[in-house]
Write a protein that binds this ligand. Structure first.
Ligand code: UDP
Length: 234
């Protein structure tokens, strides 16, 4: 049960205080948005599914030396996490060309990217989360050069752990978005890792099993999220 005060409401989650000043509660909603919230909808039980998938992936990463904000899953839709100061940079890791990368640079969707590509986006809704370079991170003082090096190292480590994990489950990890935060002077992984924040393609059919089904009106959205949950946690 959420008993604390709501301190933040995002597109897919609400954040509440807890009795412990060092911890907050993430509540996962079914609300779905795309294209900087110009498209809105609901994906039935998405909050429950994303909470469970995130738990499984955060546990996997922690077990392999990646520090995360995960403390425990408290209920279907609630996850207890360490309180962090979010670094306002969205970190995108890409293994296969898709989405905005294909559009922006005229690359062919489905082409492999080796080694993986890392991009920074300025986390700013009013500006539409623009793509930025290292120098912009410095100019805007979003992170120190040392933090940026550490973020890159951790993002690549996350990729090297998640890619084989999903392949074993017959899924291609096309790309994903990470957010980091500062906790007691340490950079740790925050937010969520779910079909909302990753692109997964079925290894055989290459069908999307993620939010692209909502973005592109491909249908069978709930079924795809349930199937990811089954393969990841089943
Ligand atoms: N992504 C995200 N939140 C955002 C933007 C992107 O989680 O605000 C994820 C998205 O689901 C995909 C990856 O980051 O897995 C790369 O997204 P892309 O830049 O291709 O943008 P999109 O096509 O989603 O507009």
């Amino acid at each position: 049960m959420t008993t604390g005060t709501m301190i933040y409401e995002g597109k897919a989650k609400r954040i509440f205080t807890t009795g412990n000043p060092d911890q907050v509660l993430q509540y996962f909603k079914d609300d779905a948005t795309a294209f900087n919230a110009q498209k809105r909808g609901t994906i039935l039980d998405k909050g429950i599914i994303n909470n469970k998938i995130s738990e499984r992936l955060f546990r996997l990463l922690e077990q392999n030396g990646v520090p995360t904000h995960f403390v425990e899953r408290q209920s279907d839709r609630e996850m207890l996490t360490k309180k962090v100061a979010i670094v306002p940079v969205e970190v995108v890791v890409r293994n296969v060309v898709a989405g905005s990368l294909a559009k922006r640079l005229g690359l062919k969707e489905g082409d492999l990217i080796q080694p993986a590509l890392i991009e920074w986006y300025y986390k700013n809704d009013a500006l539409g989360d623009p793509l930025i370079a290292d120098e912009h991170v410095r100019l805007l003082k979003l992170a120190t050069p040392e933090q940026l090096v550490e973020i890159k190292r951790l993002a690549l480590k996350v990729n090297s752990l998640l890619q084989p994990f999903f392949l074993e489950r017959r899924m291609i990890l096309v790309d994903f978005k990470l957010e980091f935060g500062m906790h007691n002077g340490q950079l740790i992984l925050a937010d969520e890792i779910s079909p909302d924040t990753c692109r997964f393609w079925d290894q055989t059919t290459k069908e999307s099993m993620d939010k692209d089904r909502f973005r592109k009106d491909l249908g069978k959205i709930e079924e795809a999220y349930q199937e990811v949950l089954r393969r990841v946690c089943g």
